[in-house]
Write a protein that binds this ligand. Structure first.
Ligand code: NAP
Length: 537
């Protein structure tokens, strides 16, 4: 018998286990795969790397951990983040409460005893007062439905399900489908190994140079001396990290100064371009200038003008409205003799054949390996792959059929004591995910402590509060350029049949945290707390 079941042993699930256990809650973490680490366990493709600085993208709950751990690079590789999570699990003796190979298939709320019955694929059943879904917003891998996929006689891999033993591509003819964050990180490294690489590109993305480098010892020393202030500072920003943001609006400065700022951001690397000006995501002209600046860079880097042209994101794609990519030698890779860009906007993929890929213009690409860098059923996929049922058998899949509906992103009406960690309608994907996960875990931890102390059986989001939150999320998004560029996973556009609803919260970590705090200060405003003796709204 446990008090809380946590589904998923990624960064959020591990943090939840640590915090809940410390307040005496008996916790069991159920993890579908055979290892911990979540997204960092599965996304082992060559080049996989975080685009938030490693010193920021780390747990804040232990000063000793912060002081002891050494990050070797500015941006941590997948291997290093995975080693870090494993270190945390061992250091705090968390492994004993994590069950691996335990894929949760259903979670059903029983109104008679107020508990969740959680079942795994292999038939195990657990009963818990609290159920926490820590399954991640970018974890349900997506393979596109292309005719003939099954017939391919070579090897196929998905970036989000990369073999643990690694893949040797030397001497192979490799086709990569997809040029999002995963594809653009992977492509330069595959090009170094493969005999020939064909990149099948549908929508060109903006790819900023990561400007990764070995950790600067002075910077590390500074962080270790000032961790508490820097963590606090991160939470007071929109994006939950310490990347420098420019508070000025683009038109507050001259065209020359704007250009100099874009240049500075290119040199700072990665996602820094998103913070070039305060209105980069709201003023179409400022955004278009940033886009033109990036297109000019592509033209300068790529030798062949036709290839450069094909790599340029279309003008209707505002910079950042498809997530900005952060890569190393991405555009330079197209100057190699063994790399061919296949522009699917001219001729889409018609079929995967036993020997490769055929495009609509009749071209046949002979391949030994196909890599699908085709992303995720993002934001809701991992939650909806589980059959979650709340009061009266209400199905989460049915409830969210027209898009996610939550109050504060943390609970959904009709599902008492079900907590969603770092999911839709939170700043999650626009922020530092570790920070977002910790913010949620701290809030849920405090909430559960409150329920236990006051002998309250259930907490549930009220429908009117939920409606207001959904409206607020949509309203904020409608004031940004995201509302105009809907061809992204933020809108569910990459998943066939998915409703076109904007799913993340653009209001920022700072504002979100303030709201979470206010709700608690007002006695869990917008929630109904019930105990067997009394019900109060
Ligand atoms: P993604 O951004 O959704 O990119 C998927 C790519 O596959 C797109 O280029 C898409 O083209 C293409 N695609 C999908 N179906 C296709 C089809 N049938 N034919 C041809 N092309 C097809 O997925 P992702 O690259 O895995 O990244 C997802 C998110 O994970 C990122 O946005 C980021 O938030 C996160 N991530 C972060 C990092 C990092 O920290 N550096 C690294 C990897 C991932 P269209 O654009 O035309 O749909």
């Amino acid at each position: 018998m446990v008090d809380a079941v946590v589904v998923g042993a990624g960064l959020a699930g591990v943090s939840a286990l640590y915090h809940l256990r410390r307040q005496g809650i008996r916790v069991l973490v159920l993890e579908a795969s055979d290892g911990i680490g979540g997204t960092w366990y599965h996304n082992r493709y060559p080049g996989a790397r975080c685009d938030i600085e490693s010193l920021d993208y780390s747990y804040s709950f232990s000063e000793e951990l912060q002081q002891d751990w050494h990050w070797s690079e500015r941006y941590a590789s997948q291997q290093e983040i995975l080693a870090y999570v494993q270190h945390v699990v061992d250091r705090f003796d968390l492994r004993k409460d994590i069950e691996l190979n335990a894929r949760v298939v259903s979670a059903v709320f029983d109104e008679t005893d107020g508990r969740w019955a959680v079942r795994t694929e292999n038939g195990q059943q657990f009963s818990a007062k609290y159920c926490l879904l820590a399954t991640g917003v970018l974890s349900a891998a997506q393979v596109p439905q292309i005719r003939g996929t099954e017939s391919f006689q070579g090897r196929s891999y998905h970036t989000a399900d990369w073999p643990t033993e690694g893949v040797d591509l030397s001497g192979d003819r490799v086709g990569v489908i997809g040029t999002g964050s995963s594809g653009t990180q992977l492509i330069p490294l595959v090009a170094e190994q493969a005999a020939h690489l064909y990149v099948f590109q549908r929508t060109p993305n903006f790819v900023m140079p990561a400007q990764n480098r070995p950790m600067d010892p002075d910077l590390e020393r500074h962080w270790k001396e000032h961790y508490p202030e820097l963590r606090k500072k991160a939470r007071a920003t929109r994006n939950g990290h310490n990347q420098i943001s420019n508070p000025l609006r683009g038109k507050d400065v001259s065209p020359e100064e704007r250009r100099a700022e874009f240049e500075r951001r290119w040199e700072l690397g990665g996602l820094y371009m998103m913070r070039a000006f305060a209105d980069i995501l709201t003023d179409p002209e400022v955004n278009a200038e940033a886009g033109d600046f990036a297109r000019e860079k592509i033209r300068q880097i790529v030798d062949d003008p036709a290839t450069a042209e094909a790599l340029m994101p279309p003008r209707e794609l505002a910079l950042g409205t498809k997530r900005l990519c952060s890569g190393t030698n991405y555009y330079e890779t197209y100057n190699r003799d063994n790399v061919t860009l296949v522009n699917l906007r001219e001729a889409p993929i018609e079929a995967v054949t036993p020997t490769g890929i055929r495009t609509a213009d009749g071209s046949e690409y002979e391949l030994d390996v196909i890599v699908y860098a085709t992303g995720f059923d993002a934001m809701t996929g991992s939650f909806l792959r589980i059959d979650v049922r709340g009061r009266g058998g209400l199905s989460l899949r049915e409830k969210w059929q027209h898009g996610p509906r939550t109050y504060l992103g943390v609970m959904t009406h009709g599902f008492p004591n079900l907590f969603i960690l770092a999911g839709p309608q939170t700043p999650s994907v626009f922020s530092n995910m570790v920070n977002q996960a910790e913010i949620h875990v701290e809030w849920v931890n405090e909430c559960i402590a409150h329920l236990e102390k006051n002998e309250i059986d259930t907490i549930e989001a009220n429908e009117d509060a939920e409606n207001a939150w959904v409206d607020h999320v949509n309203e904020l998004a409608s004031r940004t350029l995201y509302a105009q560029s809907r061809n992204s996973w933020f809108w569910g556009a990459n998943t066939p049949g998915k409703p076109r609803v904007f799913m993340p919260y653009v209001g920022g970590i700072d504002r979100y945290l303030q709201k979470l705090g206010e709700v608690v200060a007002h006695g869990y405003e917008g929630f109904t707390l019930r105990s067997r003796q009394l019900a109060r709204a």
